[in-house]
Design a binder for this molecule. Structure first.
Ligand code: PMV
Length: 338
Protein backbone atom coordinates (compact mmCIF):
# COMPACT_ATOMS: atom_id res chain seq x y z
CA UNK A 1 0.00 0.00 0.00
CA UNK A 2 1.47 3.33 -1.02
CA UNK A 3 0.74 6.51 0.95
CA UNK A 4 1.95 10.05 0.20
CA UNK A 5 1.36 13.33 2.04
CA UNK A 6 1.74 16.62 0.16
CA UNK A 7 1.00 20.14 1.32
CA UNK A 8 0.63 23.56 -0.30
CA UNK A 9 0.30 27.01 1.28
CA UNK A 10 -2.36 29.71 1.14
CA UNK A 11 -1.48 33.15 -0.16
CA UNK A 12 -2.15 36.85 -0.03
CA UNK A 13 -2.14 38.99 -3.14
CA UNK A 14 -0.03 42.02 -2.27
CA UNK A 15 -0.86 43.94 -5.47
CA UNK A 16 -2.57 43.44 -8.81
CA UNK A 17 -5.66 41.21 -8.31
CA UNK A 18 -8.29 41.56 -11.05
CA UNK A 19 -5.88 43.44 -13.34
CA UNK A 20 -3.92 40.16 -13.56
CA UNK A 21 -6.88 38.63 -15.42
CA UNK A 22 -6.29 41.25 -18.17
CA UNK A 23 -2.57 40.55 -18.54
CA UNK A 24 -1.10 42.93 -15.96
CA UNK A 25 1.47 41.61 -13.47
CA UNK A 26 0.54 40.77 -9.86
CA UNK A 27 2.64 40.35 -6.71
CA UNK A 28 1.70 37.43 -4.49
CA UNK A 29 3.13 35.91 -1.32
CA UNK A 30 2.55 32.67 0.59
CA UNK A 31 1.15 32.58 4.11
CA UNK A 32 2.16 30.12 6.82
CA UNK A 33 -1.12 28.18 6.71
CA UNK A 34 -1.29 25.10 4.54
CA UNK A 35 -3.57 22.47 3.05
CA UNK A 36 -2.46 18.84 3.52
CA UNK A 37 -3.53 16.13 1.10
CA UNK A 38 -2.90 12.43 1.72
CA UNK A 39 -3.14 10.03 -1.23
CA UNK A 40 -3.27 6.30 -0.64
CA UNK A 41 -3.63 3.69 -3.38
CA UNK A 42 -6.68 1.49 -2.86
CA UNK A 43 -5.94 -1.45 -5.11
CA UNK A 44 -9.23 -0.97 -7.00
CA UNK A 45 -10.60 1.63 -9.41
CA UNK A 46 -12.52 3.83 -6.99
CA UNK A 47 -11.76 7.35 -5.82
CA UNK A 48 -12.76 8.13 -2.24
CA UNK A 49 -12.47 11.67 -0.89
CA UNK A 50 -12.49 12.43 2.82
CA UNK A 51 -12.70 16.12 3.68
CA UNK A 52 -13.15 15.91 7.40
CA UNK A 53 -11.41 19.13 8.29
CA UNK A 54 -12.13 21.77 5.67
CA UNK A 55 -12.80 24.87 7.68
CA UNK A 56 -15.69 26.82 6.23
CA UNK A 57 -16.15 30.47 7.17
CA UNK A 58 -19.67 31.45 8.07
CA UNK A 59 -20.47 28.40 10.17
CA UNK A 60 -23.36 29.38 12.44
CA UNK A 61 -24.08 27.67 15.72
CA UNK A 62 -27.43 28.48 17.31
CA UNK A 63 -28.66 27.39 20.74
CA UNK A 64 -32.45 27.20 20.41
CA UNK A 65 -33.91 26.02 23.73
CA UNK A 66 -32.01 22.83 24.40
CA UNK A 67 -31.39 22.20 20.73
CA UNK A 68 -28.06 22.96 19.05
CA UNK A 69 -28.39 23.98 15.40
CA UNK A 70 -25.29 24.02 13.22
CA UNK A 71 -25.53 25.56 9.77
CA UNK A 72 -22.57 25.41 7.42
CA UNK A 73 -22.04 26.60 3.93
CA UNK A 74 -21.96 23.19 2.25
CA UNK A 75 -21.58 24.88 -1.11
CA UNK A 76 -18.03 25.90 -0.24
CA UNK A 77 -17.08 22.44 1.02
CA UNK A 78 -18.57 20.80 -2.04
CA UNK A 79 -16.72 23.10 -4.38
CA UNK A 80 -13.44 22.29 -2.56
CA UNK A 81 -14.18 18.62 -3.20
CA UNK A 82 -14.67 19.38 -6.89
CA UNK A 83 -11.02 20.56 -7.02
CA UNK A 84 -9.81 17.26 -5.52
CA UNK A 85 -11.79 15.16 -7.96
CA UNK A 86 -10.74 17.24 -10.95
CA UNK A 87 -7.06 17.11 -9.88
CA UNK A 88 -7.16 13.30 -9.86
CA UNK A 89 -8.73 13.27 -13.36
CA UNK A 90 -6.31 15.83 -14.82
CA UNK A 91 -3.18 14.13 -13.43
CA UNK A 92 -4.42 10.76 -14.59
CA UNK A 93 -5.02 12.08 -18.12
CA UNK A 94 -1.64 13.85 -18.18
CA UNK A 95 0.30 10.76 -17.08
CA UNK A 96 -1.88 8.29 -18.96
CA UNK A 97 -2.28 6.19 -15.78
CA UNK A 98 -5.25 5.74 -13.47
CA UNK A 99 -5.34 3.92 -10.14
CA UNK A 100 -8.04 4.07 -7.47
CA UNK A 101 -7.11 6.26 -4.52
CA UNK A 102 -8.24 7.45 -1.11
CA UNK A 103 -7.69 11.19 -0.82
CA UNK A 104 -7.87 12.90 2.56
CA UNK A 105 -7.70 16.67 2.88
CA UNK A 106 -7.02 18.83 5.91
CA UNK A 107 -6.85 22.61 5.91
CA UNK A 108 -5.23 25.01 8.38
CA UNK A 109 -7.17 27.92 6.89
CA UNK A 110 -10.80 28.64 6.06
CA UNK A 111 -12.07 27.63 2.61
CA UNK A 112 -13.47 30.32 0.33
CA UNK A 113 -12.03 33.28 2.27
CA UNK A 114 -9.79 34.50 -0.55
CA UNK A 115 -6.58 32.94 0.81
CA UNK A 116 -6.14 30.71 -2.22
CA UNK A 117 -7.35 27.50 -0.57
CA UNK A 118 -8.79 26.08 -3.77
CA UNK A 119 -5.46 26.47 -5.58
CA UNK A 120 -3.65 24.93 -2.60
CA UNK A 121 -6.08 21.97 -2.63
CA UNK A 122 -5.62 21.56 -6.40
CA UNK A 123 -1.82 21.74 -6.30
CA UNK A 124 -1.35 19.53 -3.22
CA UNK A 125 -3.63 16.91 -4.82
CA UNK A 126 -1.74 17.05 -8.14
CA UNK A 127 1.54 16.53 -6.27
CA UNK A 128 0.26 13.79 -3.96
CA UNK A 129 -1.58 11.81 -6.65
CA UNK A 130 1.28 11.95 -9.18
CA UNK A 131 3.74 10.84 -6.47
CA UNK A 132 1.56 7.98 -5.28
CA UNK A 133 1.43 6.80 -8.91
CA UNK A 134 5.24 6.85 -8.88
CA UNK A 135 5.90 10.11 -10.80
CA UNK A 136 8.05 13.09 -9.79
CA UNK A 137 6.63 16.13 -11.56
CA UNK A 138 8.63 19.31 -12.12
CA UNK A 139 7.35 22.42 -10.33
CA UNK A 140 6.34 24.01 -13.64
CA UNK A 141 4.25 20.93 -14.48
CA UNK A 142 2.60 20.95 -11.04
CA UNK A 143 1.71 24.65 -11.38
CA UNK A 144 0.33 24.17 -14.88
CA UNK A 145 -1.77 21.13 -13.94
CA UNK A 146 -3.04 22.96 -10.84
CA UNK A 147 -4.09 25.85 -13.08
CA UNK A 148 -5.91 23.38 -15.39
CA UNK A 149 -7.82 22.14 -12.34
CA UNK A 150 -8.83 25.70 -11.34
CA UNK A 151 -9.96 26.51 -14.87
CA UNK A 152 -11.92 23.26 -15.14
CA UNK A 153 -13.78 23.84 -11.88
CA UNK A 154 -14.16 27.65 -12.00
CA UNK A 155 -14.33 28.37 -15.69
CA UNK A 156 -12.07 31.43 -15.32
CA UNK A 157 -8.88 31.70 -13.27
CA UNK A 158 -5.56 33.43 -13.66
CA UNK A 159 -2.44 31.32 -12.95
CA UNK A 160 -1.70 33.53 -9.92
CA UNK A 161 -2.89 31.34 -7.04
CA UNK A 162 -1.69 28.03 -8.46
CA UNK A 163 1.74 29.55 -9.20
CA UNK A 164 2.33 30.99 -5.75
CA UNK A 165 1.14 27.86 -3.93
CA UNK A 166 3.48 25.77 -6.11
CA UNK A 167 6.61 27.94 -6.08
CA UNK A 168 6.29 29.65 -2.67
CA UNK A 169 7.99 32.83 -1.38
CA UNK A 170 7.09 36.05 -3.18
CA UNK A 171 6.47 35.99 -6.92
CA UNK A 172 5.41 38.22 -9.78
CA UNK A 173 2.96 36.55 -12.17
CA UNK A 174 1.90 37.77 -15.59
CA UNK A 175 -0.48 36.19 -18.05
CA UNK A 176 0.95 36.26 -21.59
CA UNK A 177 -2.14 35.04 -23.43
CA UNK A 178 -2.67 31.73 -25.25
CA UNK A 179 -2.48 29.79 -22.00
CA UNK A 180 1.00 31.13 -21.39
CA UNK A 181 2.31 32.94 -18.37
CA UNK A 182 5.46 34.12 -16.71
CA UNK A 183 6.45 33.59 -13.07
CA UNK A 184 9.41 35.46 -11.52
CA UNK A 185 10.70 35.12 -8.00
CA UNK A 186 10.89 38.52 -6.26
CA UNK A 187 14.05 38.70 -4.14
CA UNK A 188 13.09 40.15 -0.76
CA UNK A 189 15.27 40.25 2.33
CA UNK A 190 12.42 40.39 4.87
CA UNK A 191 8.69 39.68 4.84
CA UNK A 192 6.46 42.77 4.95
CA UNK A 193 4.79 43.02 8.39
CA UNK A 194 1.21 42.31 7.41
CA UNK A 195 -1.99 41.81 9.39
CA UNK A 196 -4.78 39.83 7.70
CA UNK A 197 -8.42 40.71 8.41
CA UNK A 198 -11.51 38.82 7.29
CA UNK A 199 -15.19 39.60 6.84
CA UNK A 200 -17.81 37.24 5.50
CA UNK A 201 -17.92 36.93 1.74
CA UNK A 202 -20.99 38.11 -0.14
CA UNK A 203 -19.87 37.10 -3.61
CA UNK A 204 -17.78 34.44 -5.29
CA UNK A 205 -14.56 35.09 -7.20
CA UNK A 206 -16.26 34.08 -10.44
CA UNK A 207 -19.07 36.63 -9.95
CA UNK A 208 -16.63 39.41 -9.09
CA UNK A 209 -14.57 38.70 -12.21
CA UNK A 210 -17.82 38.86 -14.22
CA UNK A 211 -18.76 42.15 -12.51
CA UNK A 212 -15.49 43.76 -13.58
CA UNK A 213 -15.91 42.37 -17.11
CA UNK A 214 -19.40 43.89 -17.40
CA UNK A 215 -18.21 47.26 -16.07
CA UNK A 216 -15.42 47.13 -18.65
CA UNK A 217 -17.94 46.44 -21.42
CA UNK A 218 -19.88 49.56 -20.42
CA UNK A 219 -16.89 51.87 -19.80
CA UNK A 220 -14.10 50.26 -21.80
CA UNK A 221 -11.70 53.20 -21.95
CA UNK A 222 -12.05 54.10 -18.28
CA UNK A 223 -11.76 50.55 -16.96
CA UNK A 224 -8.88 49.72 -19.29
CA UNK A 225 -6.97 52.71 -18.04
CA UNK A 226 -7.59 51.67 -14.40
CA UNK A 227 -6.35 48.17 -15.20
CA UNK A 228 -3.23 49.54 -16.91
CA UNK A 229 -2.60 51.88 -13.96
CA UNK A 230 -2.71 48.89 -11.60
CA UNK A 231 -0.06 47.27 -13.81
CA UNK A 232 2.21 50.34 -13.50
CA UNK A 233 1.62 50.39 -9.75
CA UNK A 234 2.65 46.73 -9.43
CA UNK A 235 6.05 47.46 -10.98
CA UNK A 236 6.59 50.34 -8.52
CA UNK A 237 5.48 48.08 -5.66
CA UNK A 238 7.97 45.41 -6.72
CA UNK A 239 10.80 47.95 -6.38
CA UNK A 240 9.49 49.09 -2.98
CA UNK A 241 9.30 45.46 -1.83
CA UNK A 242 12.84 44.65 -2.97
CA UNK A 243 14.26 47.79 -1.30
CA UNK A 244 12.03 47.24 1.77
CA UNK A 245 10.61 50.77 1.51
CA UNK A 246 7.56 50.25 3.71
CA UNK A 247 6.26 53.82 3.54
CA UNK A 248 6.14 53.65 -0.24
CA UNK A 249 4.66 50.16 -0.13
CA UNK A 250 1.85 51.38 2.16
CA UNK A 251 1.12 54.37 -0.08
CA UNK A 252 0.92 52.08 -3.11
CA UNK A 253 -1.42 49.71 -1.24
CA UNK A 254 -3.80 52.60 -0.61
CA UNK A 255 -3.72 53.63 -4.27
CA UNK A 256 -4.32 50.02 -5.34
CA UNK A 257 -7.30 49.87 -2.97
CA UNK A 258 -8.75 53.07 -4.49
CA UNK A 259 -8.49 51.49 -7.94
CA UNK A 260 -10.07 48.21 -6.77
CA UNK A 261 -12.91 50.22 -5.27
CA UNK A 262 -13.31 51.94 -8.64
CA UNK A 263 -13.59 48.49 -10.24
CA UNK A 264 -16.54 47.83 -7.91
CA UNK A 265 -15.11 44.91 -5.93
CA UNK A 266 -14.93 46.47 -2.47
CA UNK A 267 -17.90 46.87 -0.13
CA UNK A 268 -18.76 48.71 3.06
CA UNK A 269 -17.60 45.99 5.44
CA UNK A 270 -14.25 45.70 3.69
CA UNK A 271 -13.84 49.46 3.54
CA UNK A 272 -14.66 49.72 7.27
CA UNK A 273 -11.80 47.32 8.05
CA UNK A 274 -9.46 49.02 5.62
CA UNK A 275 -10.05 52.49 7.09
CA UNK A 276 -10.00 51.23 10.69
CA UNK A 277 -6.56 49.75 10.03
CA UNK A 278 -5.28 53.01 8.57
CA UNK A 279 -6.67 55.07 11.45
CA UNK A 280 -4.94 52.67 13.88
CA UNK A 281 -1.63 53.43 12.20
CA UNK A 282 -1.25 50.97 9.32
CA UNK A 283 0.95 52.40 6.56
CA UNK A 284 -1.43 51.00 3.97
CA UNK A 285 -4.36 48.60 3.64
CA UNK A 286 -6.32 46.96 0.86
CA UNK A 287 -8.44 44.04 -0.20
CA UNK A 288 -6.46 40.91 -0.96
CA UNK A 289 -8.03 38.62 -3.54
CA UNK A 290 -11.29 38.99 -5.37
CA UNK A 291 -13.14 41.23 -2.87
CA UNK A 292 -16.90 41.23 -2.21
CA UNK A 293 -15.96 40.42 1.40
CA UNK A 294 -13.17 38.04 2.27
CA UNK A 295 -9.73 39.21 3.31
CA UNK A 296 -7.93 42.51 3.66
CA UNK A 297 -4.25 43.11 4.36
CA UNK A 298 -2.77 45.96 6.37
CA UNK A 299 0.89 46.92 6.46
CA UNK A 300 1.67 47.50 10.13
CA UNK A 301 5.37 47.50 11.01
CA UNK A 302 5.11 49.00 14.53
CA UNK A 303 1.52 48.64 15.65
CA UNK A 304 0.21 45.21 14.69
CA UNK A 305 -1.79 44.84 17.90
CA UNK A 306 -3.56 48.21 17.53
CA UNK A 307 -4.39 47.41 13.91
CA UNK A 308 -5.76 43.97 14.84
CA UNK A 309 -7.94 45.46 17.59
CA UNK A 310 -9.23 48.16 15.22
CA UNK A 311 -10.16 45.55 12.62
CA UNK A 312 -11.93 43.41 15.21
CA UNK A 313 -13.87 46.43 16.49
CA UNK A 314 -14.98 47.08 12.90
CA UNK A 315 -16.54 43.63 12.71
CA UNK A 316 -13.69 41.59 11.26
CA UNK A 317 -11.74 38.54 12.31
CA UNK A 318 -7.96 38.65 12.20
CA UNK A 319 -5.42 35.99 11.47
CA UNK A 320 -1.87 35.71 12.70
CA UNK A 321 0.49 33.93 10.35
CA UNK A 322 3.99 34.11 8.99
CA UNK A 323 4.51 35.09 5.36
CA UNK A 324 6.73 34.00 2.51
CA UNK A 325 7.22 30.31 3.39
CA UNK A 326 7.82 27.40 0.99
CA UNK A 327 5.53 26.33 -1.82
CA UNK A 328 4.12 22.84 -2.43
CA UNK A 329 6.09 20.03 -0.83
CA UNK A 330 6.04 16.33 -0.05
CA UNK A 331 6.37 15.15 3.52
CA UNK A 332 8.90 12.35 3.08
CA UNK A 333 8.71 10.97 6.60
CA UNK A 334 5.11 9.96 5.93
CA UNK A 335 5.67 8.65 2.38
CA UNK A 336 6.09 4.92 2.14
CA UNK A 337 6.41 2.66 -0.86
CA UNK A 338 5.67 -1.00 -0.94
O1 PMV B 1 -10.00 35.78 -3.87
P1 PMV B 1 -9.23 34.85 -4.71
O2 PMV B 1 -8.09 34.24 -4.00
O3 PMV B 1 -10.08 33.89 -5.45
O4 PMV B 1 -8.46 35.76 -5.80
C1 PMV B 1 -8.99 36.10 -7.05
C2 PMV B 1 -8.05 36.99 -7.77
C3 PMV B 1 -8.55 37.49 -9.11
O5 PMV B 1 -7.49 38.26 -9.67
C4 PMV B 1 -9.76 38.36 -8.96
C5 PMV B 1 -8.90 36.33 -10.05
C6 PMV B 1 -7.74 35.51 -10.52
O6 PMV B 1 -7.99 34.35 -10.94
O7 PMV B 1 -6.59 35.99 -10.53
Amino acid sequence: MRRVVASAPGKVTLFGEHAVVYGEPALVMTIGRRVYVTAELRGDNNVRIVASDLQVPGVTVTFAGDELLVETDYGKTLSAIAYLRSAVDIVSKYLGVFKGVNITVRSEMPVGAGLGTSAAVAVATVLAYAKVLGYDLERREIARLGWEVEKTVQGVASPMDTSITTFGGVIKVKLLGNNNYEVREVPTSTSPPIVIGYVEREAKTKDLIAKVRKLRERHTEIIDSIIRTIGVLVLEAEKALVSNDLTLLGELMNINQGLLDALGVSNKRLNDLIYAARVAGALGSKITGAGGGGCVIALAPNNQEAVEVAMKLSGGLTMKTSLGGPGALLHPSESTTS
